[in-house]
Ligand binder design. Structure first.
Ligand SMILES: Cc1ncc(COP(=O)(O)O)c(C=O)c1O
Length: 398
């Protein structure tokens, strides 16, 4: 039940090695005949992760005090350092959380900002961030300035130039996604460097990035970064983390622990009290599963699948691909597109009900399209089936 976490796989695996990826897929419990192409909404954890959660709750019922001790020690001694290692950061820089939204609440409320200060965010941020920023603006009189980022994206330079031009004397924070809901990839390292050059804090919503890309959080050189581990990392639902750079910690306020609290690392920023120990502990099983494949192999497999999908979509009548085919501004996990003269966002329900194809609508930034997520367990046959269904849906529109 408490998985000992394997060292990361270093062998390079061919993203098209059918036998290998079929064997990986055999560890997923997806209902027969369904194709799960909606991982960006909620991940589909492999069987060992679900089993670890179920077993963990059984132990909690059989012997609660022992279970509490065992889980606590595992989380502190094995999981936290391994997760920090996976992200390339120090153990003391990680606060465990229930999801990215919780991490965003900590970021938005922990920053030392006062009336008249300004924060910059882009027009493609998630409501989980936009809403608490608005609360903070109302409460403390800070100003939110939204930088328009066009959809589709133009280029890395375009994003950096727009944000750079928007920075003012009173700008205190640059807030942006690593990968947007639509799967657009922002140049996070360049944006963090821009923040440093201009004396502005960089805070990143990485909800869609970790587990999809080989993310070296320390290498981004940002101040704050948060993520939901139940998306691309394939952890159990209700898991995430907040990274607080060591240099940032003295000026970042915890909502729960006083400034002179002896805990001098990022654990001070965790929501306190008893939590769902078996769920958090099962993150160790998720990390072990991921490490056995290797994050670089996962990213390569995702690139292969999304390149395959984007190529196939080009032949669908009336379809306009919104995701760029250039790798520097598109993530390998999610692809968005729309149809000339059709509101395709309403196809999500029929595609699932009629053909067991799970996709998501993309009804924002002026688009009424769809989002397809291709995690490593997806097959090219499933992609073909989905593209055929899209052709059928277009024909139906007449
Ligand atoms: C970019 C982004 N940020 C934040 C979130 C919120 O994630 P969660 O509901 O896991 O907290 C999402 C969820 O889809 C997202 O796509």
């Amino acid at each position: 039940m408490l998985t000992s976490i394997s060292a990361p796989q270093t062998r390079q695996i061919d993203p098209c090695d059918h036998a290998y990826w079929s064997q990986v897929r055999s560890h997923f419990m997806l209902e027969r005949g369904h194709a799960y192409l909606n991982n960006a909404a909620i991940g589909m954890p492999p069987k060992p992760v679900g089993d670890a959660v179920a077993e963990g709750f059984r132990l909690m019922s059989e012997n609660p005090s022992k279970a509490k001790r065992v889980f606590h020690d595992y989380i502190e001694d094995e999981l936290r350092p391994s997760l920090a290692g996976f992200l390339g950061v120090q153990t003391g820089e990680i606060a465990l959380a229930r999801n990215a939204t919780e991490g965003l609440y900590h970021i938005i409320n922990g920053l030392d900002l006062s009336s008249g200060d300004q924060i910059l965010m882009t027009t493609q941020e998630h409501p989980s961030a936009v809403r608490p920023w608005r609360v903070r603006a109302e409460r403390d009189g800070i100003e939110i300035k939204e930088v328009h980022i066009p959809s589709p994206l133009v280029s890395e330079d375009d994003i950096v130039e727009r944000i750079s031009a928007a920075i003012e004397e009173r700008t205190k924070v640059l807030f942006f996604c690593h990968v947007t809901r639509g799967g657009y990839l922002y140049p996070v390292k360049r944006l963090s460097a821009l923040g440093r050059e201009r004396g502005v804090i960089s805070a990143i919503d990485g909800a869609q990035a970790v587990g999809m890309l080989d993310v070296d959080v320390a290498g981004i050189e940002c101040d704050l970064y948060t993520n939901s581990l139940h998306k691309w990392f394939l952890g159990p639902a209700g898991t995430g983390f907040l990274y607080v750079n060591h240099a940032m910690q003295p000026s970042f306020t915890s909502l729960y622990a006083p400034g002179d609290d002896p805990g001098d690392d990022a654990r001070r920023f965790e929501t306190q009290g008893t939590y769902d120990l078996p769920v958090r502990a099962a993150l160790g099983t998720a990390l072990d599963f991921l490490n056995r494949i290797g994050i670089a192999n996962i990213e390569n497999r995702l690139r292969m699948l999304s390149d395959y999908l984007r190529q196939a979509l080009l032949d669908v009548p009336r379809l306009r691909l919104l995701t760029s085919r250039a790798h520097d501004i598109s993530s390998p996990g999610s692809t968005i597109f729309e149809f000339e003269g059709i509101n395709a966002a309403r196809w999500r329900g029929p595609m699932e009900a009629e053909s067991f194809l799970h996709v998501d609508d993309h009804d924002r930034d002026g688009h009424q399209g769809l989002r397809i997520s291709t995690h490593y367990y997806v097959t090219t046959d499933e992609i073909d089936r989905c593209v055929d269904k899209l052709r059928e849906m277009v024909r139906r529109e007449g």
